[in-house]
Design a protein around this ligand. Structure first.
Ligand SMILES: C[S@@+](CC[C@H](N)C(=O)[O-])C[C@H]1O[C@@H](n2cnc3c(N)ncnc32)[C@H](O)[C@@H]1O
Length: 380
């Protein structure tokens, strides 16, 4: 998956008739380690709060020349026709088949099956103040994913940092796991794997859900939006994620009823420390872990934490989504086995990459060694 990012936040540049909305963008992977190496048409637009373009219906088109090694692109949209601007935002999206703005398009299912080519995720800037010409706040951008749930449409809003922090932006495994969970009601006719144990666990009438290494919170927030009746969802991470988690779980960003909003919370939980007392005292039904196994140095602490959580409920499930980036990550499975966890089921979600080698996100459902039979064929 590729993500459009702002290298320079959008602002109003120039004077008089030369005034324009300007920004510098790039298109990279989740880790930021490689730039999109394919050519891609992109559309840059400036919109009001209701999503209406202020510059005309089509915005302005650019071409990302990835085959020529492009690493960044300056964009500017002349303001000639616009008399007065109050608060607006810049939206930069891929044109055509690579356009990703919904969970279905992440997975390449539903009406939009073009995801098979690999997607590029749309970005929305912070608000630009029409009076000063500068962004209101610094260093944040928003990802919005629509999803059809229970005969309706919901939008999941995830703010992330534009900088390089590991904790404060969306990662492929988190995005794909969220897309998979949100799309469960629609995957019957798709080539996606079925995970009946996970589906059954998620359909329980009341659930205590814990997320470890939640980052921006995309998995837990998606569950809050799409599951009929979670009891409580607790998102946890290191202190550096606290600010972004506060923003993403705030009432205006969630835009849900107060009773639903009150079901989600966040707190610091460092795997290298004992469990916070409230976490240790709760019987967790499902623990989610997305893209947290990439660093073998911290995996022993992660597994210890999962073990401590499982001690509180031997019937609970641990759901792990990972994009294996290196063989050394597989130590995670040895440590999980030593700690008494068994793989109950596994599914592979394909992740095509535009202009690159296809990837996949593996989703494992672990049991704590309870009654559920181990499906040998799914073991690594
Ligand atoms: C690659 S990010 C994944 C974020 C999110 N789950 C996603 O998929 O978008 C890994 C997360 O693990 C967290 N993490 C790393 N070491 C940790 C530790 N010792 N205790 C708690 N969280 C940790 C990081 O802060 C980061 O948010």
């Amino acid at each position: 998956m590729y993500y459009i990012r702002f290298l320079k936040s959008p602002r109003i540049i120039g004077r008089g008739n030369e005034k324009a909305f300007g920004a510098k963008i790039t298109i990279t992977t989740d880790l930021g380690e490689s730039f999109l190496a394919a050519d891609l048409g992109i559309c840059v637009d400036v919109v009001e709060e209701d999503g209406e373009s202020i510059l005309g219906p089509a915005g302005r088109e650019y071409v990302w020349k990835g085959r020529e090694g492009m690493r960044s692109l300056e964009v500017s949209l002349p303001m000639r026709k616009v008399r007065k601007v109050e608060r607006v935002r810049m939206v930069v999206a891929a044109k055509g088949e690579a356009y990703v703005d919904s969970f279905e398009s992440v997975l390449g299912i539903g009406e939009k099956k073009e995801g098979i080519l690999g997607g590029v995720v749309t970005v929305r800037s912070m608000e630009i103040d029409g009076y000063t010409g500068y962004p209101i706040g610094t260093g944040l951008a928003e990802r919005v994913f629509s999803s059809s749930i229970r005969n309706g449409l919901t939008e999941i809003h995830i703010w992330e940092e534009t900088g390089e922090s590991i904790a404060r932006h969306v990662w492929d495994a988190g995005l794909v796991l969220s897309s998979y969970i949100a799309s469960l009601p629609h995957i019957t006719d798709s080539p996606l794997p079925r995970l009946p144990i996970l589906e059954s666990a998620l359909s329980s009438p009341s659930l205590n859900i814990l997320e470890l290494g939640a980052g921006c919170g995309i998995v837990g927030i998606t569950i809050l939006h799409t599951l009929p009746s979670p009891t409580h969802i607790l998102l946890t991470d290191l202190p550096e994620a606290t600010e972004i988690l506060s923003r993403n779980t705030s009432a205006p960003v969630l835009d849900l009823s107060p009773s639903t909003t009150s079901k989600i919370s966040h707190q610091v939980l460092d795997w290298s420390l004992p469990l916070p007392s409230n976490v240790a005292a709760t019987k967790w039904d499902i623990v989610f872990v997305a893209d947290c196994t990439y660093n073998p140095d911290v995996v022993p602490d992660l597994v210890k934490t999962l073990g401590r959580v499982a001690d509180g409920n031997r019937e609970g499930k641990v759901v792990v989504a990972m994009k294996v980036r290196h063989e050394s990550e597989l130590v995670f499975f040895d440590l999980m086995k030593e700690r008494g966890f068994v793989v109950n089921e596994k599914g592979i979600v394909p992740l095509p990459v535009l202009g690159g080698e296809d990837q996949e996100i593996e989703v494992f459902v672990f049991g704590c060694g309870g009654e559920v039979p181990i499906l040998q064929k799914t073991l690594r």
